[in-house]
Write a protein that binds this ligand. Structure first.
Ligand SMILES: Cc1cc2nc3c(=O)[nH]c(=O)nc-3n(C[C@H](O)[C@H](O)[C@H](O)COP(=O)(O)OP(=O)(O)OC[C@H]3O[C@@H](n4cnc5c(N)ncnc54)[C@H](O)[C@@H]3O)c2cc1C
Length: 390
């Protein structure tokens, strides 16, 4: 098989890239390890920056997001038994975020690639990358019992943190920065109406809690739990009991609880690969970086990477210029590091660190009180929350 760009990974980054390339007359083949049903069943992110929504519209899948997404003009901070609302739209001259599940967004991407006859091979095994530093790279894999070889001009590694793309870069060309937290997020999805109209991030001496949602009948709630906890350690009753102790009473007394339809623990960690390019291989999305979910940036960063990478491919195929491809890693990494900074700042401000001294806990409270009393601090939070410009 032959294509312009072989894309490894059919998550949001890989599928969006293939759709944008297609709109620009650049061919691609997507290789996805899982089945389509598995990919479309994954429950993950849900808060889209304005730039992400614009990218989806440009890719031709803006309609459903516009109809079914929830525009959020503010963000809530639960602190001192009250919900403090930060006026995001007012502080950013009109920018908002849209709540729309990654599951739905991925469905939209698979559907449009089907309609546009995109080649997306699911259930592939043993993906391997070759000749990355030549003009004739290729990928091999097994699909439906056959050995395939895909010759291409470029390879886009959109295969998440554990995929083979980053591992194909020699260690001498890769700096990896890692940070891990001694806690994770236990998330519960329940078929109940969301307790608030806005996403509420709560700081409490028992630990962090988050109220989020997917739609009018589907709520997503999280609590911070120690690393090492397993989902089986937490019954639904235990979850709701703990959750209610950590959120302001106005939420605890009005929340409608129900059985979890999905429950999972996501570890909190940060990771950045520098660089995102080796020869003809380019990494995008979680393959190149992971941020803790506080601030909801993982999916949005995958989309901004795809923006830079698709622009660079367009320059190459339309103007014959390799300049943007050479600059892709440094351009994308500048925005990535700023977003990592924001995610870490939010994580530190809102979570209970088991190592915190009484002194540090008082400083953390002062940090939140400062945020809630300073227009400058709230503006900083708001402009990062809606997403930095591309
Ligand atoms: C468990 C979990 C929970 C999350 N929760 C949140 C959240 O609550 N809020 C938030 O903002 N963000 C969250 N994120 C982050 C967000 O979902 C990711 O940033 C986003 O999915 C990145 O998209 P991606 O396409 O780069 O990677 P992925 O979505 O991981 O897609 C990569 C794809 O590559 C495929 N792949 C892997 N290996 C191979 C291989 N060998 N061959 C072929 N294909 C391969 C995978 O199956 C996958 O489909 C979560 C992430 C995870 C993993």
């Amino acid at each position: 098989m032959k294509t312009d760009v072989a894309i490894i990974g059919g998550g949001p980054a890989g599928m969006l890239l293939s759709q944008i390339l297609d709109l620009n007359g650049i061919s691609s083949i997507v290789l996805e390890r899982q089945t389509k049903e598995y990919v479309l069943g994954r429950i993950r992110a849900g808060v889209l920056e304005q730039g992400t929504v614009e990218m989806m519209s440009k890719a031709g899948i803006g309609d459903r997001i516009e109809k079914e997404g929830f525009i959020h003009e503010s963000i809530g901070i639960g602190f001192d038994d009250a919900v403090h609302s930060i006026d995001v739209v007012g502080l950013t001259n009109g920018s908002v975020v849209t709540v729309y599940g990654q599951t739905e967004l991925t469905k939209d991407l698979y559907q449009i690639r089907e309609e546009t006859k995109g080649v997306v091979l699911t259930g592939v095994e043993d993906v391997q990358l070759y000749q990355l530093t030549t003009d004739e790279p290729y990928v091999t894999c097994r699909h439906a019992g056959e050995n395939l070889r895909i010759d291409c001009d470029f390879i886009a590694g959109c295969d998440g943190f554990h995929g083979p793309s980053r591992q194909a870069i020699p260690v001498s060309h890769l700096n990896e920065y890692h940070l891990s937290y001694p806690y994770g997020w236990l998330g519960v999805l329940s078929e109940t109406p969301p307790v608030c109209d806005e996403v509420v991030y709560s700081n409490h001496e028992r630990g962090f809690a988050l109220c989020s949602m997917r739609n009018k009948e589907l709520s997503r709630y999280y609590i911070q739990v120690p690393s090492g906890d397993r989902v089986s350690d937490w019954s639904d009753d235990d979850f709701w009991k703990e959750f209610k102790q950590r959120v302001p009473n106005v939420i605890a007394s009005t929340i409608v609880t129900g059985p979890s339809i999905e429950k999972s623990i996501a570890p909190l960690r940060a990771f950045v690969a520098d660089n995102l390019n080796y020869g003809r291989l380019f990494l995008a999305g979680d393959a190149g970086h992971i941020v803790p979910p506080t601030g909801a940036k993982g999916l949005n960063l995958a989309v901004s990477d795809v923006y830079y990478l698709s622009e660079a491919f367009k320059s190459f195929y339309k103007q014959g210029s390799e300049k943007d491809l050479s600059n892709y890693s440094s351009t994308a990494l500048r925005r990535i590091w700023k977003t990592v900074r924001f995610s870490l700042m939010c994580t530190k401000m809102l979570h209970l660190s088991p190592q915190s001294t009484p002194f540090e806990k008082e400083v953390q409270k002062a940090e939140i009180r400062y945020l809630l009393s300073s227009k400058a601090a709230m503006t900083t939070l708001a402009e990062n929350y809606v997403g930095l410009p591309y």
